[in-house]
Design a protein around this ligand. Structure first.
Ligand code: CP
Ligand code: NVA
Length: 303
């Protein structure tokens, strides 16, 4: 039995194979999850993760049970471990979206079914699968690609950086100094890069960072659960992806965003809707990549 709590729960070779299969099997329907029920426990809102996992399970012949965390006895003091043991008897897998990475890890340690991290404050590994898939579709060779993330050094930045490092890419994370990705995340990425030949860089100056980029990537400046402060907004102003910054990047540079976007904040509407944007293809790819993940974790004979 396997979990997917962080990108490195798949070995680099498995990650690359999943990406290639997600492209090859787009639109495929099967019954490999027939009779299986995927639970989804969410304590934060979601449009893409919730609906793409639901559809992915249906496309594979499975069922889905959605549970808002606020409706569980967890909120009344039942432990994560007791909840995990009980739900393991009913379900065949579970996607959890919550705040603390530690809580997902505790759930997985007590569960006897596969547990998938649907986003925590620290990581968003399922997003990174769709990100690699989208970059692969546009490049055909991940090892030849430079991707530059601009903005807040958050969960999405962390998982993108780690996935890119595992895949042998050139990745630059460009943030204000006080909003950099955490040291533990950088260390994880650098360890992977030493094996894969990837190049991992941190940068604080956007025009320097984007030079020669094939892909620019950004995410919201204020993640779910974070306090919105004028100070942070002011710090992040120079990191907005607009036509000027895009001009400073590579000639054929494409633009990515995990969504939801705050148009006019981390990215302009003009860039989002412009010819370089592959943002909505990226969102669609959540479905294709997660189908491959569910097959590997929940289908017969897997894990
Ligand atoms: N990108 C992403 O995870 O979107 P949702 O918050 O809508 O699931
Ligand atoms: N960093 C964002 C990602 C949303 C998909 C958040 O955590 O709110």
């Amino acid at each position: 039995m396997r979990h997917f709590l962080k990108v490195t729960d798949l070995a680099p070779g498995e990650l690359l194979a999943l990406v290639a299969d997600a492209v090859a099997n787009k639109g495929e329907e099967s019954d490999v999850l027939a009779g299986r029920n995927l639970g989804m426990i969410f304590s934060k809102p979601s449009t893409r993760t919730r609906v793409s996992f639901t559809q992915a399970a249906y496309d594979l012949g499975g069922h889905v049970t959605f549970i808002s965390e606020s409706e569980l006895q967890l909120g009344r003091g039942e432990t994560i471990e007791d909840t995990a043991r009980v739900l393991s008897a009913y379900l065949d897998g579970v996607v959890i979206r919550t705040f603390r990475q530690e809580d997902v890890e505790r759930f997985a340690a007590a569960a006897s079914i596969p547990v998938i991290n649907g986003l925590t404050d620290q990581r968003h590994p399922c997003q990174a699968l769709a990100d690699l898939m989208t970059i692969y579709e546009h490049s055909g060779d991940l090892s030849q690609v430079k991707v530059v993330y601009l903005g807040d050094g958050n969960n999405v930045a962390v998982s993108l950086m780690i996935a890119a490092a595992a895949a042998g890419m050139q990745v630059t994370v460009c943030t204000p100094p006080s909003l950099a990705v955490p040291d533990w995340a950088l260390a994880e990425a650098q360890a992977l890069a030493a094996e894969s030949g990837a190049r991992v860089q941190v940068e604080t100056d956007p025009p320097t960072a984007v030079a020669g980029a094939d892909f620019l990537y950004t995410d919201v400046w204020f993640s779910m659960g974070q306090e919105v402060t004028p100070r942070k907004r002011e710090q992040l102003e120079p990191y907005r992806i607009d036509t000027g910054l895009l001009e400073a990047a590579g000639e054929n540079c494409k633009v990515m965003h995990c969504l939801p976007a705050h148009r006019g904040e981390e990215i302009t509407g003009e860039v989002m809707d412009g010819p370089r944007s592959i943002i909505f293809q990226q969102a669609e790819n959540r479905l294709h990549a997660q189908k491959e993940l569910l097959k590997r974790l929940m289908a017969d004979g897997q894990g």
